[in-house]
Write a protein that binds this ligand. Structure first.
Ligand SMILES: Nc1ncnc2c1ncn2[C@@H]1O[C@H](COP(=O)(O)OP(=O)(O)OP(=O)(O)O)[C@@H](O)[C@H]1O
Length: 459
């Protein structure tokens, strides 16, 4: 059973508050050294809220598998970061340090990446998913940024992290939660019904989606592993929406193809896996048990060289595809950190550069309290708005009220930032409440954009 320690983490660990391994919605992930062993760990700090408690519990339940990042222990400490008027209870997750980088970044640097390598990588990810699904847990945010290599060594295992959206699957996962490009038709359908219910205020019609969504995401990841670009893309890249109508239609209809140039030499077994995962009807979609028993994974896959690393690493070769949805991807890059989907510019992508910059920032400084670079309340308050958007409760009026309250706080903490004011006004904010229906997903995406701009200006 998970026991959250209430002693100070600094009794046992030296936390380097300046070195950041990566930054997500919940803030930066840091490096810490255990005092009595000298061993290094990753520390994820999250504000102590029900959502964070759920993340910790889900991660704890799944930890201990060779392809899931280990959660060693959790501290609950009151921390006051610079710019905060008072301390706040936070959960500090002591995680296995993953030093080898994210999935597609690593592949972009790999020479001689073959279908056999892709199958091996897929098997590792599939085993992690099998472990979760076996516990009746859906991850709900399967994406390359959440697949990390243990080290830079050739045989390093890949492991799944970030249980921020994981949920016990009771066959009725109510929150429409997704990262665009990895989203399944069920999630879109859930979202559509959800909107309709909100509009009609008819809450009797339930909407559901389940572990099959993880399988869909896996299908998208495998497709990109094989060729370097995503199966679904927008015909109208100028759209500001994360998923515009044309992309939505393609996902709903399962419209994608295997362009000859990259897929001609790919085995039928690999294509069969993709087809059976990107299957619109979840009843027909492969389960994780079926995937791990598929001959593409159980028998040796062909040693055919894949072009995906080249596409991931070389901008020129991606232009043909990227041109189709360039501006859409630009928006996506800002909003969802899709390092997987964009042309990697001369090997390195801007998000990774950003992360490296954050990591390099103040490398020589190692103090515990107060950490010199921490998110100010303005940023925390924006994260609260995103959380209110991403985790609506069933009672629509309550969700709206929660969102409005968090918007009020965010506006007061970001009084010097005109873009937030403009943004909420666009969503019909009248100074006190939203006069019209708010597209929660759209709002969360746009707030993330503001967050990123703030973060960039803090480098
Ligand atoms: N154990 C780890 N070792 C090394 N780096 C890590 C580790 N955990 C997370 N990271 C880095 O930090 C980033 C953010 O972590 P994580 O995804 O857990 O945070 P989050 O706030 O939940 O993010 P998201 O915005 O994706 O929901 C990861 O993409 C990864 O680059």
């Amino acid at each position: 059973m998970l026991e959250i320690k209430t002693s100070s983490i600094t009794d046992e660990y030296d936390v380097d508050w300046n070195q950041k391994l990566g930054t997500g919605i919940s803030g930066p992930v840091r490096v810490a050294t255990k005092r009595n062993t000298g061993e290094k760990f990753a520390i994820k700090v999250v504000v102590d809220r029900p959502k964070a408690q759920q993340e910790v519990q889900m991660h704890w339940n799944c930890s201990g598998h060779p392809h899931v990042v280990t959660l060693y222990e959790v501290f609950r400490n009151d921390l006051q970061f610079p710019g905060e008027s008072e301390s706040q209870s936070r959960l500090l997750l002591v995680l296995e340090l993953m030093d080898g980088g994210e999935l597609f970044f690593r592949i972009s640097k790999q020479h001689g990446f073959t279908e056999r390598h892709a199958a091996g990588t897929t098997m590792q990810i599939a085993m992690a998913v099998q472990h979760l699904h076996g516990k009746n847990i859906a991850h709900r945010d399967l994406k390359p940024e959440n697949l990390l290599y243990k080290s830079s060594s050739e045989n390093s295992p890949i492991k799944l992290c970030d249980f921020g959206f994981a949920k016990l699957d009771k066959g009725d996962l109510m929150t429409p939660q997704f990262t665009p490009y990895y989203v399944s038709p069920q999630v879109l359908e859930a979202q559509r019904r959800h909107r309709r219910e909100r509009t009609s205020m008819n809450t009797n019609v339930p909407y559901t989606y389940d572990k099959s969504c993880d399988m869909w995401s896996l299908g998208v990841i495998i497709y990109i592993l094989m060729c370097g670009y995503p199966p679904f893309y927008s015909e109208h890249p100028s759209s500001r929406r994360a998923i515009d109508r044309s992309m939505r239609r393609k996902i709903m209809n399962g419209t994608y193809n295997f362009p000859e140039r990259e897929w001609a030499r790919v085995s039928d077994r690999a294509k069969d896996v993709v087809r059976r995962l990107l299957c619109v009807d979840p009843h027909e979609r492969m389960s994780i048990e079926e995937l791990v028993q598929h001959s593409w994974l159980t028998e040796e896959a062909p040693d055919t060289l894949l072009q995906s690393p080249m596409y991931m690493a070389n901008k020129t070769n991606l232009e043909e595809v990227a041109a189709l949805h360039e501006s859409h991807l630009r928006t996506m890059r800002i909003m969802e950190r899709p390092i997987d989907l964009k042309p990697f510019e001369s090997v390195v992508n801007p998000i990774l550069v950003r992360r490296q910059q954050l990591t390099r920032q103040g490398e020589n400084n190692s103090v515990f309290c107060p950490p010199p670079v921490e998110d100010p309340p303005s940023v925390e308050s924006l994260r609260d708005v995103i959380a209110a958007c991403l985790f609506p409760v069933e009672d629509h009026a309550k969700s709206k009220l929660t969102l409005e309250n968090s918007v009020k706080v965010a506006l007061s903490k970001n009084a010097d930032n005109p873009s937030l004011k403009e943004l909420v006004k666009k969503f019909s904010w009248n100074g006190d409440q939203f006069e019209m229906e708010v597209d929660f997903n759209q709002m969360s995406q746009e707030i993330k954009e503001i967050l990123l701009i703030i973060n960039n200006s803090r480098i």
